[in-house]
Design a protein around this ligand. Structure first.
Ligand code: SAM
Length: 270
């Protein structure tokens, strides 16, 4: 039977696993360290586990929550008056509009709904220019993929695009016992800060994204085969990349090199 948490029946389709450990909540808030005048945006406030302590520290807190029932529960709380509420899908929320209105970089945080982590992070990566930092609770395996290095089984398109834009740090791991209902997976709290000066450069992120997508679709194959439709062996040698390596062995810099070669030589249009 479904168990009520406070006044709410948690919905699986919105990945509603609420934080219940007060010490853990304190640790997260201390790490986020909200300051007056900063523009803090919480994705999925839920029943307010992070919303309450954070809104108490600043003048206003922007929250984006898809479930109107949860917002009705929040309405009864004293801190509600501090909130600017958007009952909306975080995937379509207009972050740019908020940035232009406030004229300040955004600090985005949340115990994220794990079912939308991939699409949400790819959506936020593209907004790196208007973001000061992001602090998220994520599924542990997802967090490990974010920070994975070449050679690791977890290294892939997500790691490359994430690290292209952001400096990412695992802050701490969190066991599933700290949530209600208890999820099937463990979690990790992660900090992401956009590079001030990126160590990587590509003329067009769409091409980098395309090449990594093609390469990792056949991650067990050597590059000569997985990327053979785009690059001849001669090009690999020209770029000093061994075509017998696999997708997971190339660094982000090498993927940038490949994508820039494609653009500079008009390869995909030929
Ligand atoms: N912050 C609360 C906490 O830590 O207890 C709740 C976290 S719960 C894991 C995820 C929250 O995100 C839920 O409140 C859920 O309704 C909300 N949510 C799910 N999908 C969403 C979406 N697409 N856009 C905005 N909020 C969403």
């Amino acid at each position: 039977m479904k168990k009520k948490i406070k006044e709410h029946f948690p919905l699986k389709r919105f990945s509603q696993n609420f934080l219940i450990n007060k010490n853990l909540i304190k640790k997260i808030v201390k790490f986020i360290d909200p300051q007056l005048k900063q523009i803090l945006v919480e994705i999925g406030p839920g029943l307010g586990a992070l919303t309450k302590p954070i809104s108490n520290m600043i003048d206003e807190l922007i929250v984006v929550e898809i479930d109107s029932n949860l917002l009705n529960v929040l309405k009864k709380r004293s801190f509600y008056s501090k909130l600017i509420v958007f009952c909306q899908d975080a995937l379509v929320f207009d972050y740019f509009n908020l940035f232009y209105k406030k004229n300040r970089l955004l600090r985005i945080f949340g115990n994220l709904p794990y079912n939308i982590s991939t699409s949400l992070l790819f959506c936020l990566f593209k907004k790196n220019k208007i973001i000061q930092d992001m602090n998220f609770m994520l599924q542990k395996e997802f967090a490990e993929r974010l920070v994975a290095s070449p050679g690791s089984k977890l290294y892939g398109r997500l790691s490359i695009i994430a690290q292209y834009y952001f400096n990412i740090k695992i802050i701490f791991n969190v066991s599933s016992e700290n949530f209600r209902p208890i999820p099937k997976v463990d979690s990790t709290f992660v900090n992401l800060i956009p590079h001030k000066k990126s160590p990587y450069f590509t003329h067009d992120i769409k091409i980098l994204s395309y090449i990594t997508n093609v390469a990792f679709q056949k991650r067990r194959k050597i590059l000569r085969h997985s990327l053979g439709q785009i690059f001849s062996e001669k090009i690999f040698f020209k770029l000093d990349i061994n075509p017998k390596l696999r997708a997971e062995n190339l660094s982000i810099l090498q993927y940038c090199q490949l994508s820039n070669y494609v653009i500079e030589n008009n390869i995909l249009k030929k």
